[in-house]
Design a protein around this ligand. Structure first.
Ligand code: PLP
Length: 220
């Protein structure tokens, strides 16, 4: 068995065990491989093992990969500057780091100009870590949703979060916020939370998607 397959099986087992531990269906959590800094050949290998969508953190790197590997899809998981909104919409299937009104306005303009539909996720930051990773606070969320205005070109898939490491209860806070907005907006909002080191905690709090880099690809 290749090392890559071994690691993927390990991740699958961790996800399945975490689901079992909290009474969730074993297949209720999606694994999104995060391929930043990884080579095209490794990504293709993971693609052959059953994955067709990959997370990338940088617009330039992810765009180049999307051009070279048109059979695979890429999702932008890293911060997005307003002046890269157009490239992001051109090359990525989804944008997971939508976190401020000015960015939403730009994305709406560009999506209309390009005539594309791109599901988006709102990146939530409830811990004032904004300077490090970006993210929308609880207070900013209503204005952001207003700015989005239910635009059919940018359907809202859910909330993404990167809580500070090893701080108990953070995933749960995002899950509560998700429940609140799901009730308010109607329809389903997914949760993308959990990485290589904390996928179990995130799944216990109700995450629907874990974004896994190191545990699949090895160190960067
Ligand atoms: C790098 C990265 C990941 C994956 O992190 P690992 O700890 O390597 O699993 C997930 N999400 C985002 C936004 C990242 O930047």
């Amino acid at each position: 068995m290749s090392e890559l397959l071994f690691r993927i099986n390990q991740v699958k087992a961790r996800v399945a065990n975490a689901c079992l531990a909290c009474g969730r269906a074993g297949d209720s959590v999606e694994i999104l491989p995060v391929s930043k800094f990884q080579s095209e050949s490794l990504i293709r290998e993971v693609g052959q093992l059953g994955y067709s969508l990959f997370g990338e953190n940088y617009v330039q790197e992810g765009s180049a990969k999307a051009l070279h590997m048109p059979d695979l899809g890429f999702v932008l998981t890293g911060p997005l500057q307003r002046n890269k909104a157009k490239s992001a919409l051109q090359y990525f299937r989804e944008i997971m780091s939508v976190d401020r009104v000015e960015l939403v306005a730009r994305l709406r303009n560009m999506a209309s100009e390009l005539d594309v539909v791109r599901p988006i996720w709102i990146q939530i930051d409830l811990w004032h870590e904004s300077t490090k990773v970006g993210g929308c606070s609880r207070e900013e969320l209503p204005a952001l949703l207003d700015a989005l205005g239910g635009d059919a070109r940018l359907p809202l898939k859910g909330f993404m979060a990167i809580p500070p490491p090893h701080q108990k209860g953070c995933f749960q806070e995002v899950a509560v916020l998700r429940d609140e907005y799901q009730n308010r907006l109607g329809g389903t909002l997914l949760l993308s939370m959990g990485m290589s080191d904390d996928m179990e905690e995130a799944i216990a709090a109700g995450s629907d998607q874990v974004r896994i880099g190191t545990a699949i690809f090895g160190s960067r």
